[in-house]
Design a protein around this ligand. Structure first.
Ligand code: NAP
Ligand code: FER
Length: 340
């Protein structure tokens, strides 16, 4: 396929105040970037939409730099190398990396990895066999440290991370309770993914449901949400509980952070531990986790669900779904045809 002179890209037009809106983004046509010696040019095929991107839209940087106004939105994606000036990459290679919200990119090489399209659909490099899957794997096993027979609770249970957390916890011999925002999502995690129970936080009484489903208390809580769900879990911790703080999506669109004490007193009698983590802390261990996860998929022990949106131009409206609970599975954008 010939490389066009211009391509489409989505830039950050303004910083959200509170809830992000499609108006915070702008679709542009710009000259197609070109690689220098030692670089490659990638045509994006599948773009990933992830909650962390909301944080990168803020003026205050977190663990990584924020996106500047008028700069291309940050993001991961899977694409095809269409021009290579680097000895390790050939035209036609499928790669995953920081491709941004755009058709073509010259991505940073530190985060660029080759994907074997025969092993699994290439979209999985954005999901179960990529950043979200690795988050679930290391957050659960290295931070949550579940033991067989223990009760593991995970919020955003049907999502890219949560669905994998629950299934790995089942593989580890745990009792698994999900928390999700609709009857369909709850039915999916119980009937399709094998969770023992699921609580619909929008309709169920959280305390009553946790009493019922976690009679011995919660040994491991994999925290994705924050707010009232976190509060309820802290009232049901078991002695020696571990809270693995992965995310707090209920709080990402608050105009100002909440500054209230969050039930720390409950940690005292339970001698509970709470620990945050970033998936990138475990980057050096991904090569050991990825084949294990791929084998679980092959063995039918690990299922994944994708929620597809067509067209780069629809990324801003699709992004909103993450914060409205409208995505059901890993949220992905089909940017261009998959040659595989
Ligand atoms: P996801 O679960 O596929 O999608 C987000 C889901 O969050 C929504 O579908 C919705 O599900 C739930 N949600 C949204 N707003 C909510 C609210 N106000 N209250 C309760 N639930 C809400 O997303 P994901 O990619 O797997 O990410 C899950 C979490 O992991 C996020 O917090 C993310 O920031 C975190 N994360 C952390 C790391 C790390 O390195 N620490 C890496 C990746 C992801 P319901 O319909 O069930 O409410
Ligand atoms: C995420 C949510 C938050 C994530 C990273 C963060 C990699 C980090 C936030 C910060 O540094 O403030 O989903 O994924």
């Amino acid at each position: 396929m010939a490389i066009p002179d211009t391509h489409r890209r989505i830039v950050l037009a303004s910083r959200p105040e509170g809830m992000v809106s499609p108006d915070n983004f702008r679709l542009e046509t710009a000259p197609t970037p070109r690689p220098n010696p030692g670089q490659v040019l990638v045509r994006q095929i599948v773009m990933s939409l992830d909650p962390y991107m909301r944080g990168r839209m803020n003026a205050v940087a977190g663990y990584a730099p924020n996106v500047e106004i008028d700069a291309v939105m940050i993001g991961g994606g899977v694409g095809e190398v269409v021009q290579s000036l680097h000895p390790d990459f050939a035209v036609g290679d499928i790669v995953e990396g920081t491709l941004g919200w755009q058709d073509y990119s010259v991505p940073p090489l530190q985060r660029l990895r080759k994907i074997e399209p025969k092993l699994a659909p290439i979209s999985t490099a954005n999901g179960v066999l990529g950043m979200p899957g690795m988050t679930a794997y290391f957050g659960l096993l290295h931070v949550g440290e579940p033991k067989p027979g223990e009760t593991v609770v995970v919020s955003a249970a049907s999502g890219a991370v949560g669905a994998v957390v629950g299934q790995i916890a089942k593989i580890m011999g745990c009792r698994v309770v999900g928390i999700a925002g609709s009857p369909a999502k709850c039915a999916y995690v119980v009937n399709d993914l094998g969770f023992d129970a699921c609580i619909n936080y929008k309709t169920d009484d959280l305390d009553a449901a946790l009493d019922r489903h976690c009679p011995g208390g919660v040994n491991v809580y994999f925290e994705n949400v924050g707010g009232a769900i976190y509060d309820a879990i802290t009232r049901h911790l078991a002695i020696g509980a571990r809270v693995a703080v992965c995310g707090g999506i209920a709080e990402y669109n608050l105009a100002a952070p909440e500054r209230v004490p969050r039930n720390t007193r409950y940690f005292i009698p339970m001698r509970a531990r709470m620990q945050g983590f970033l998936v990138y802390d475990f980057h050096h261990l991904w090569p050991e986790a990825l084949p294990r996860m791929a084998q679980w998929i092959k063995d039918g022990k690990l299922q994944y669900r994708e929620d597809w949106v067509d067209g780069l131009e629809n990324a801003p409206t699709a992004f909103m779904k993450l914060f409205q609970g409208e995505n059901f599975g890993k949220l992905l954008v089909r940017v261009s045809p998959d040659p595989n």
